[in-house]
Design a protein around this ligand. Structure first.
Ligand code: HCR
Length: 412
């Protein structure tokens, strides 16, 4: 994008950089210049977890818990490229996603010959602060991933620093096994040249209920070793603190798995390992709350490069949402989330956090980088199977129709 910044775009970009120097940390409130707006809403990003469905279900087929934990780690590492660099393969083309409205949905599925069908449900469960919750499941293999995430951002030395709040939980039904996954911190580089891209930093953990613990550390250019998108993951046995495997390399390129000093495998997630396309309904058949239908006019305006129309269409949705919140406040009601519910805590998560925490302090001398305070995400968001069953069976048909009509007024 850098080369494209000339004339008025250049000065708009300079004013934007000045304005973010004092922004409040809520990415939703950041007003970016229209030419850096993406037509993809953040609610769509949940799909990045499963663009390799085969890798997602692979752990379910493995009987040995240690090898299963390794497969989970490999799958997790395979998601990083999709999550953090797929929109910016040409370094410096990261854009600002659309800010999902409360209740916005992104629904779809992946069909894969080997893995079968994997379903995706993603819902914006909070607008202030912005929080997206998702449930991704493959019934054939009994693999279920659910989680929620929000972001806290800051700006320093021409870099946007983003801390992710929330966790992901992977469940393997067949082995009655659960994994807690924390989310990496990241920062956006290249702002001064008008060519933003993401680099990961700090660390994440994966703790399994069967007693395996992975510590994953990220580094970028300029750190020891020096390569961009660097990662080192270590898989330990919780019982004795024994290091079982290390995986290192670049999360955008090749990763090498070692057992002790012996290399046992190399893998990559580039062209040799293409992603599976997500199937979503044609726009006309989508629910009015589904992201691509709701933002269709904004998307069309962005495609045309018509920034005035983009602003007008975006404002229609934002103003309608503001009016709706005002009305709810007056009536003492709240927006009913379609698939998720907020709870104060989840025992299974607490147990895994506790297990990881003890291990990290005892063996690695690190503080657990786990769940942040639920207040930052308006609660701990869980997939509500009762709500899901009600929607699927049609028992909620009236409510679903009403919610759609409310959003439709502003978008069509
Ligand atoms: C930081 C970011 C919005 C949040 C995006 C998250 C953290 C969302 C959850 C996904 O699971 C993982 C994920 C991946 C994205 O890399 C990350 C986005 C990258 C840029 C975007 C900023 C809000 C854009 C700021 C605007 C800049 C380009 C000026």
């Amino acid at each position: 994008m850098a080369a494209a910044l000339t004339g008025s775009a250049k000065s708009t970009w300079a004013s934007f950089l000045k304005s973010i120097a004092s922004f409040n940390g809520d990415l939703a409130s950041m007003t970016a210049p229209p030419f850096i707006l993406s037509k993809t809403s953040l609610v769509e990003y949940s799909a990045y977890w499963t663009e390799h469905p085969k890798l997602f279900v692979a752990p379910a087929k493995e009987a040995d818990p240690e090898k299963r934990a390794l497969l989970v780690l490999k799958w997790f590492l395979s998601t990083l490229k999709q999550q953090y660099s797929s929109r910016s393969e040409k370094l410096g083309s990261e854009k600002k996603p659309l800010n999902p409205f409360l209740g916005e949905l992104f629904l779809g599925h992946w069909d894969d010959e080997e893995a079968g069908r994997t379903e995706l449900i993603s819902e914006q469960v909070s607008h202030h602060p912005p929080v997206t919750a998702y449930s991704i499941f493959n019934e054939k293999h009994g693999v279920k991933l659910q989680g929620y995430n929000g972001q806290k951002a800051g700006f320093a030395s021409m870099t946007i620093n983003v801390k992710q709040v929330g966790v992901a939980r992977l469940r393997l039904e067949k082995w009655d096994e659960e994994y807690l996954i924390t989310l990496p911190a990241l920062h956006i580089e290249g702002l001064v040249y008008g060519s933003p891209f993401v680099e990961l930093e700090k660390s994440t953990i994966i703790q399994s209920s069967t007693g395996f613990f992975a510590k994953i550390e990220y580094a970028g250019k300029g750190w020891v070793g020096g390569k961009s998108n660097s990662v080192t993951a270590e898989l330990y046995d919780n019982k004795n603190g024994k290091l079982l495997y290390t995986i290192s390399g670049q999360w955008t390129k090749e990763l090498v798995v070692k057992q002790g000093k012996t290399e046992i495998e190399r893998f990559e997630h580039g062209d040799k390992n293409p992603t599976t396309a997500l199937s979503i309904k044609p726009i006309e058949e989508q629910d009015p709350l589904e992201s691509r239908r709701a933002w269709a006019k904004v998307g069309a305006a962005i495609d045309k490069g018509d920034y005035e129309e983009t602003g007008i269409e975006k404002s229609k949705i934002e103003n309608a949402q503001r009016d709706l919140r005002k009305k709810e406040k007056e009536e003492g009601t709240t927006w009913e989330r379609r698939y998720f519910s907020a709870v104060d805590q989840v025992e299974a998560i607490d147990a895994l956090v506790d297990r990881a925490g003890k291990f990290m302090k005892g063996v690695l001398g690190l503080t657990p980088l786990c769940m942040d305070e639920p207040a930052k995400t308006n609660g701990v968001w869980v997939f509500d199977t009762k709500k899901y069953d009600d929607v699927i069976s049609g028992r909620k048909a009236e409510e679903v129709k009403r919610a759609g009509e409310i959003v439709l007024e502003a978008t069509e």
